[in-house]
Ligand binder design. Structure first.
Ligand code: OOB
Length: 569
């Protein structure tokens, strides 16, 4: 196992193999298995490409040989920041074939996040688009190289700049005619070793890396596919960022390829484009965060539907919603408005995946976040002293199993807090059990903002705000939002004589080059921060304060006549 990663104890590994959870196949082996089993069936569809399983293997192998030729070696790390394009899939499996370890990042990440991840992972390679919406990733690559001389390889989807390599160039060069294919056999990694790193939701100041092995990640998608109705006739639309665990492997594109289905990549945030793809390709399955699911429902109901969005969505069978809590009210509207079945997904990049089952009762599907997808998953719901709470009562969720990590990469101190002595991961989620044994997510203990499924570490943003010359103290909390569920609110105590407004704070934070979704959307300037009895900032008080203020503002905006029963503001 790669240094800095925690393996499963031998008796667990033995058990996971005995039960058939782990098959000792690499993610790269899958590419061969798929090509042999599914041949000329269509595997992948994007705006510009239709690729069969055999062609998929050809492109992946070609890219894998090029990675070796460029000098990349097993366990080398590559930070990947690609959008929903075919190159992502080629590269992910090419890396898996030769043991190069992708570090999965998101297109909105900027210099601050990417440079940290390149450094922390010791990456020697970076893969990115040329540009998206006016942001030039080649410029980011140049800036990275100035601070990380070890960043030897830059791969660009689109037009490369000097000193960078373009995917088009590599994919057009038939290297397999010059290099013996045995090179790939020789480079095959150990299935029990790390295959990729996912990013953690982030509860501390700096993001942590989640090492996922070939064995566990293959099972992750296989077990997920089995409870999601994924089969050879599945047409799966990827609209969320492809590097997220949810669309990647939970069940995601990986389980669809395992089953011989079709993956349709959508790189547009425009609903009309998304709906047009559903109609054109006959999409059956899609994974969304609650905010996007709600937008889809609004766009397809009643008279408000614009002509451009009037598309036939009748091929949709399963709408998977996860990443943040979906309230029962929108959950109940999925079938009437979109005409398909809802499946709630409560998952985490660290492992455990809960799904409502397709044959659960409507009530269970609307009211709960499902149950673990593998019989090998273990979970406990515990009180502050790690004692099991009685069934049905609230507690924090602990878990371990055949696809749940035993430790983050290279953070031994943090791991002692994030895992129990017997290897359970402390999810930080507060849950209870429904009478039928499904989990209901009621809240969380971890200090983050879940902005429509995108996780923001409060501590990370607080540390940045504290660097502002006019700030004496700061706390960042979630404020309720009807669409995104939560947005970020910053409480700031200015230094004497300093004045501060949101625009000024944002200018300061933007200069730090962080992803825009992390920027606070409201600033509350206060004289002091409320403290708990032990002298820590009371985020609970702050969350209640901002929720109260927002509720009062909403009432005011609605006007007294519209809210006859409401309390006076
Ligand atoms: C998914 O993964 P992450 O790693 O971005 O975030 C995990 C956390 C969970 O611990 C929980 O706090 C929250 O996101 N969460 C949910 C939820 N799904 C995730 N909270 C309430 N209801 C849900 N349905 O978000 C993720 C990974 C794989 C599949 C789906 C989601």
């Amino acid at each position: 196992m790669l240094e800095g990663c925690t393996p499963w104890p031998a008796e667990f590994a033995e058990r996971y193999r005995r039960h058939g959870y782990w098959r000792d196949q690499t993610l790269g082996d899958l590419v061969d298995i798929w090509a042999n089993a599914y041949g000329d069936r269509v595997a992948l569809i994007s705006a510009t490409q239709r690729v069969t399983y055999v062609e998929l293997r050809r492109r992946i192998d070609r890219l894998a040989l090029h990675l070796l030729r460029l000098g990349l070696r097993p366990t080398d790390r590559m930070v990947i920041q690609l959008a929903n394009v075919p190159e992502f899939i080629y590269l992910y499996y090419a890396c898996a074939r030769v043991g190069v370890l992708p570090v999965m990042t998101l297109p909105p990440h900027r210099f601050a996040e990417i440079s940290y991840l390149v450094n922390f992972s010791g990456a020697v390679a970076y893969a990115a688009p040329a540009q998206i919406k006016g942001f030039d990733y080649r410029q980011l690559a140049r800036e990275l190289r100035q601070v990380v001389p070890g960043l030897t390889h830059v791969l660009i989807a689109g037009e490369a700049a000097r000193g960078m390599v373009s995917f088009d160039e590599l994919l057009a060069d038939p290297i397999e005619e010059r290099e013996p294919p045995e090179r790939l056999v020789a480079a095959r990694p150990d299935p029990s070793d790390v295959a990729l790193f996912l990013l953690s939701g982030g509860t501390t100041g700096l993001p942590k890396l989640i090492p996922r092995t070939h064995n566990d990640y293959e099972y992750n998608s296989r077990a997920s596919g089995a409870v999601s109705g994924i089969g050879p006739d599945t047409v799966y639309l990827v609209v969320l960022s492809i590097a997220h665990n949810f669309p990647l492997a939970s069940p995601g594109l990986q389980s669809v390829l395992q089953a011989g289905g079709r993956v349709v990549l959508c790189d547009s945030t425009d609903l009309a484009d998304q709906f047009a793809l559903i109609e054109r390709e006959g999409v059956t399955h899609v994974a969304l965060v609650p905010a996007l699911a709600i937008r889809w429902m609004e766009a397809s109901t009643g008279d408000r539907v614009e002509a451009s969005r009037r598309h036939d969505l009748s091929s949709l069978r399963v709408l998977q919603v996860g990443g943040a809590r979906l309230n029962p009210e929108p959950a109940a509207r999925v079938r009437p408005t979109l005409g398909c079945q809802l499946q709630q997904v409560f998952g985490m990049a660290e492992g455990l995946l809960n799904y409502t089952r397709l044959d659960d009762s409507e009530e269970e599907i609307v009211q709960t976040q499902g149950r673990p997808c593998s019989p090998g998953d273990e979970f406990r719901i515990v009180d502050e002293a790690d004692r099991d709470v009685p069934p049905g009562e609230l507690g924090s969720l602990l878990t371990r199993g055949p696809y749940t990590i035993r430790g983050y990469y290279n953070v031994p101190e943090h791991n002692r807090r994030a895992f129990t002595a017997d290897g359970f991961y402390r999810t930080g989620d507060v849950v209870r059990l429904s009478p039928r044994g499904n989990l209901i997510v009621e809240g969380r203990e971890k200090d983050l903002i879940n902005r429509g499924g995108e996780k923001i570490s409060a501590e990370e943003i607080e540390n940045l705000i504290l660097g502002h010359p006019g700030v004496s103290n700061a706390a960042v909390v979630a404020m309720p939002d009807p669409l995104l569920g939560e947005r970020t609110c910053a409480y700031v105590v200015p230094k004497p004589d300093a004045t501060l407004d949101l625009a000024g704070l944002l200018r300061f934070l933007e200069a730090k080059q962080i992803a825009r979704f992390k920027l606070p959307e409201r600033l509350e300037v206060v004289d002091s921060l409320p403290l708990t009895t032990v002298g820590k900032v009371s985020k609970k008080d702050l969350r209640e304060d901002i929720a109260r203020k927002l509720a009062a503002e909403t009432r005011l905006a609605a006007g007294p006549n519209l809210q006859p029963g409401a309390d006076p503001p």
